[in-house]
Design a protein around this ligand. Sequence first.
Ligand SMILES: Cc1cc2nc3c(=O)[nH]c(=O)nc-3n(C[C@H](O)[C@H](O)[C@H](O)COP(=O)(O)OP(=O)(O)OC[C@H]3O[C@@H](n4cnc5c(N)ncnc54)[C@H](O)[C@@H]3O)c2cc1C
Length: 342
Amino acid sequence: MKIRENVPISTLTTMRLGGAARYVIEIEEDKDLAEAYKFAEDKKLPTYILGGGSNVIGRDGGFDGVIFVNKLHGIYVIDSDPERIRLCAKSGDLLDDLVEYSVKLWNGESYGYSGIEALSKIPGTVGAAPVQNVGAYGQEIKQTLHSVCVYDCKDNCFKHMMADELDLGYRHSIFNTGDGVGRYFITSVTVELHKNWLKPPFYTSLQAYFDERGTKEFTPQVVRDAVAEIRASKLPDPAEFASAGSFFKNVYIKEEEIPAAEAKGIPVWDGGKIPSGWLIEHAGLNGKEFFGMRVSDKAALVLINESAKSYADLAKARQAVIDAVYEKFGYKLEQEPMELGK
Ligand SMILES: Cc1cc2nc3c(=O)[nH]c(=O)nc-3n(C[C@H](O)[C@H](O)[C@H](O)COP(=O)(O)OP(=O)(O)OC[C@H]3O[C@@H](n4cnc5c(N)ncnc54)[C@H](O)[C@@H]3O)c2cc1C
């Protein structure tokens, strides 16, 4: 367990903004957790859990508390039968490493188990995946999540929780709502994956990619490679560009509001989902820069930190985008990433 003092949150998060955290503790083993929480309790400081920092934005005033940075590692096969397998990953592993592991495993007939291949290349850790129920290209972690192990800092003990106890929904779980916020440190995640699950048609843009190339044979590796190529052509690589991925959540409207939206030419998917990227693009914001933050010209949902000096700049840019979309379409966008500090 390593303890550091006065660490800029900008160095721990992919948007690269935010003042200093008073303490940062690297959690390297499960047993560090009791000690780390005790450290914060003795100092009467709040705590915050961080994985790769790709869905958290630091505020300028910093965090007068203790950030736990997750360094728990290891992937294990828990059990398997001819049709499925359960894989358990420690929560500090990269989600993409778990996906890669799963698509390369021999399943008795060929390589790869399916269920998480469309989550390829989502930045960040396995432990953060259930927090906002990560999803991409038609898959969500909810569909394959079996269970999680957590350290409950309220009851000071480890617990095992089944997926159906986690209230998983669109960008939602018990970990990011109500009393669950900050209560549980997820230490491992178990997913249940399957053989022979891949059946076209796939998610629209993925299917279009396969149709263009005449692809007819689908393995988890084929889907992973396609997703990786589509993402690389659209989404900024966090190593090169500072961003938090999708900056706004999609808009969900009620059934009775759908005809009015469609009458204005706004696309409505899955019985009420309006893609916020479409709204931003059609408000004419692609490629526009506000206060050092640029709306990506390839994926309008992404705000890239080109030269913003502070969270205050980001807040002004966010408001400019929200106002422009509201003025044009009457929908109020909501931010997806969480915020840390004051
Ligand atoms: C370029 C880019 C593309 C992206 N694409 C997608 C995408 O396609 N789909 C998608 O869903 N997301 C996407 N994201 C968002 C992000 O990658 C995910 O939300 C990811 O799960 C965050 O992982 P992390 O380890 O960085 O979490 P962090 O940002 O460190 O934390 C996110 C939240 O989870 C909590 N948390 C983290 N670890 C734990 C733990 N072990 N126990 C309890 N709570 C924890 C944190 O407190 C915080 O509230 C993208 C981000 C970027 C930068």
